[in-house]
Write a protein that binds this ligand. Structure first.
Ligand code: ADP
Length: 282
């Protein structure tokens, strides 16, 4: 087990002397809160906003929790936080001597999001890049996550300053890249992919969201955004496709009502197996 509470905490830590830094290439990672251990950190990224990155983060987290793992979600999408709302969590996060206490969902998944520290959830976050990035870092260093098997990170969208800082600050064990058919797949997805590869972060696979709509009468799959180009990208890059999620109005309803934990759908079974194997392979 790689205990991320250890390593990178010693001052003077270097790439050679600290196992936690091995993947960072140049930068020592930020230390995880000293009273916490996280076995695996999985980032969920997208080339741009609105493709369903938070949706996939939440779905993966619920699936892993259903498999019996201890799971937390770090909502690093500071300017577009949607995780607490999906789970119907409105209580603010409280502080203690040891750090910030994450909020719990109904089924005891741990959450941290900027919306849990803002006075009102509709207050806009008008912060400069360095403040955004340091807030995300604090969610790693100052939150009392306790002992988790998986921490899923809903990453800031795109390939700009904030996602870059997160990649350099938090030791990710793998990322899932979320895309949608209307996304300019080959270009935007490849940007996200190349960024991860340049940072030496393992890319577990692609998930295509809003892939199709299923006719409620005949069950036929309708590809309203046209034929997906993701297969070509997958073939060209060797990165597997871990799942395709249709536009599912039943789940949208659960999202809007803050009852995301109740969804029943098997769109991401393969992705859940891949993430489970990372832990098992140790
Ligand atoms: P992102 O995190 O990439 O900005 P979100 O996950 O917040 O995107 O999704 C944007 C909106 O689309 C949300 O309202 C979400 O509930 C909805 N949505 C995402 N994926 C689906 C889907 N497969 N079916 C129905 N609604 C979806």
């Amino acid at each position: 087990m790689q205990e991320k509470s250890k390593g990178c905490q010693d001052s003077g830590c270097t790439k050679e002397s600290c196992s936690g830094c091995e993947k960072s290439n140049q930068h020592p990672f930020e230390p995880l809160n000293g009273n916490s251990t996280v076995k695996k950190v999985i980032g969920v990224v997208s080339g741009k906003g609105g493709v369903g990155k938070s949706f996939v983060t939440a779905m993966m987290s619920v699936l892993m929790q259903r498999k019996g793992y201890q799971v937390g979600i770090l909502d690093a999408d500071i300017t577009g936080p949607s995780i607490p709302k999906m789970f119907g969590v409105t209580e603010k996060a409280m502080g203690s001597q040891q750090g910030i206490l994450p909020q719990l969902t109904k089924r005891k998944m741990k959450l941290m999001s900027v919306n849990l520290i803002l006075d009102k959830e509709d207050t806009p976050v008008i912060w400069r890049g360095p403040i955004l990035a340091s807030t995300v870092k604090q969610f790693w260093t100052d939150v009392l996550w306790g002992d988790l098997d998986y921490l899923f990170i809903d990453m800031p969208p795109g390939t700009g300053d904030v996602p870059l800082t997160v990649f350099q600050s938090i030791p990710l064990d793998g990322i899932i890249i979320v895309t949608s058919p209307q996304d300019l797949v080959s270009m935007i997805v490849k940007k996200a992919l190349h960024m991860a590869q340049m940072m030496n972060i393992p890319v577990l696979g692609f998930v295509e969201n809003m892939s199709y709509v299923k006719c409620p009468d005949c069950g036929k799959e309708i590809h309203i955004f046209g034929k997906s180009k993701l297969d070509e990208v997958s073939d060209a890059t060797g990165v597997p496709i871990l799942g395709r999620i249709p536009i599912d109005m039943n789940i949208t309803e659960l999202v809007n009502e803050g009852r995301f934990e109740e969804f029943v759908a098997d769109y991401l079974c393969d992705a859940a197996k891949v993430v489970e194997n990372i832990l098992r392979e140790e």
